[in-house]
Design a protein around this ligand. Structure first.
Ligand SMILES: [Zn+2]
Length: 379
């Protein structure tokens, strides 16, 4: 406490009353204690020790005091400011230590975590299904044969006994590739004689020209037709086709091969049936159905057990087949008197749809990993 002063008592200056100074000091201490982090403390520091803080303003008042009162008032304010700045430094140290400890925990790197674990991803189910079907035939001694996707019209149509005015040869069904004529000018549309293959059958013709029978090949591949992309059509799709040419082959061999294929893919009690049809490159030709693999035919005439997969028909249409037309054998240089053959082809997309309940063909081509991932990493 300062000594009484007759001419000017510092206690009478409002800002310099001891209880006021105490209040300012205690407010500063409380603000520092309440600051939860260094930012909050910086604000409290400005408010309580800055040039416009109450204690700084009180300090300024001292200048106006008479000399004999200055010492006592200065001591009072100086002590308060000393306590405040000590408390500030202590809180600063405390909060910095907190921050450093938190950073050590939050930014810690666990060096024991695996660094080389990447998601396995998945192969496209069209690829795995095509390989799986091919494997069935490879295990029977067939070879996998491939051919170009940009194909000569002759291989795609003529060699396979498509007549010149066959509707499939029209531009509304087939992509023709623009070419260059002998004179160097661009040829348009169907003048070029080059198409995107509309089926995998030209691989049959190429194989028969390339090698002597016996020939046993399976031809998986991409084919093209001028369809719009929708739930059941796509302009690019996949087929798998097989061709066997040997001495003495009959429809019975074809039927046995098809039965083996569906049993290998869908289970031992599967069956196939053939219905007469027409294709230019086989004679006789047939549509091939397989027993519905869900109801095994038990939904037929049984309203209590309807089957969504086959529409309670009991059978699922799979593809076309038949004995290789002798005209195709002749076109490919094979003696039809000595050799006969059978061929069979079907669409992979369609099989994937009914085998895995895929409702929309667009899911297969949009490249969304959420579609492929559930099929897993089947190799
Ligand atoms: Zn069924």
């Amino acid at each position: 406490m300062s000594a009484p002063n007759k001419s000017y008592d510092p206690v009478e200056v409002e800002a310099l009353k001891p209880e006021e100074i105490e209040r300012m000091r205690d407010e500063a201490l409380a603000a520092f204690a309440a600051a939860g982090d260094l930012d909050a403390l910086a604000h409290a520091k400005t408010a309580h020790t800055g040039g416009t803080s109450p204690l700084a303003l009180a300090n300024r008042e001292i200048g106006a005091l008479p000399p004999q009162a200055k010492a006592a008032a200065g001591k009072l304010v100086g002590q308060a400011r000393g306590v405040v700045s000590k408390a500030l430094a202590a809180r600063q140290t405390e909060l910095e230590a907190d921050r450093d400890a938190r950073v050590l925990v939050e930014e810690a790197v666990d060096v024991t975590l695996p660094y080389d674990r990447v998601p396995a991803g998945a192969r496209h189910p069209l690829t795995t299904l095509m390989e799986r079907v091919s494997d069935v035939f490879v295990s029977m001694g067939y070879e996998v044969a491939e051919g170009p996707e940009v194909e000569a019209e002759w291989f795609n149509f003529d060699a396979l006994n498509f007549v010149p005015d066959h509707p499939a040869r029209q531009m509304q069904d087939t992509f023709f590739v623009q070419g260059t004529s002998a004179e160097g000018t661009a040829t348009t549309g169907d003048e070029s004689g080059v198409v995107l293959r509309t089926h995998t059958s030209p691989v049959q013709a190429r194989t028969l020209i390339d090698r002597e029978p016996p020939v046993y090949v399976v031809c998986p591949g991409r084919v093209y037709r001028t369809d719009e992309l929708d739930a059941t059509h796509t302009p690019v799709f996949h087929q798998i086709e097989l061709l066997a040419v040997d001495e003495g082959l009959t429809m019975a061999d074809l039927k046995g091969t098809l039965d083996h294929m569906v049993q290998a893919l869908f289970g031992p009690d599967m069956k196939t049936r053939l219905r007469p049809n027409f294709f230019p490159f086989t004679e006789p030709s047939a549509e091939m159905d397989m027993l519905c693999y869900v109801c095994r035919g038990e939904s037929v005439g049984n309203p209590d057990r309807p089957c969504r997969t086959c529409g309670s028909e009991g059978w699922i249409e799979l593809g076309g087949c038949g004995m290789v037309n002798p005209k195709v054998l002749v076109a490919c240089g094979v003696d039809p008197e000595k050799y006969s053959g059978f061929a069979f082809g079907f669409g992979i997309e369609r099989m994937l749809m009914f085998r895995h309940n895929v409702d929309d063909m667009r899911d297969m081509v949009e490249g969304d990993v959420r579609f492929t991932r559930p099929f897993g990493m089947e190799i």
